[in-house]
Design a protein around this ligand. Structure first.
Ligand code: FES
Length: 64
């Protein structure tokens, strides 16, 4: 599932960035380029950074 449509970055890629040590949106953006287009995915990145993987429904943004 894509987190960032503009840069074709998937949820698993963002999770991989987090697992590799990314702890801020800027870290994820730097590592993956997610969020460097329209910016509408930044909230999804924040949510992925904010909760442990096993506590997140997937896909996160469809639960609202
Ligand atoms: S959807 Fe991520 S920058 Fe547009």
């Amino acid at each position: 599932m894509y987190v960032c449509i503009c840069r074709a970055v998937t949820e698993s890629e963002v999770r991989g960035c987090i697992a590799a040590g990314a702890c801020t949106v800027k870290d994820v953006v730097t590592r993956s380029e997610a969020g460097t287009g329209c910016g509408s995915c930044v909230g999804k990145i924040v949510a992925l950074l904010s909760a442990p993987a096993d506590e997140l429904p997937s896909p996160l943004w469809r639960t609202a």
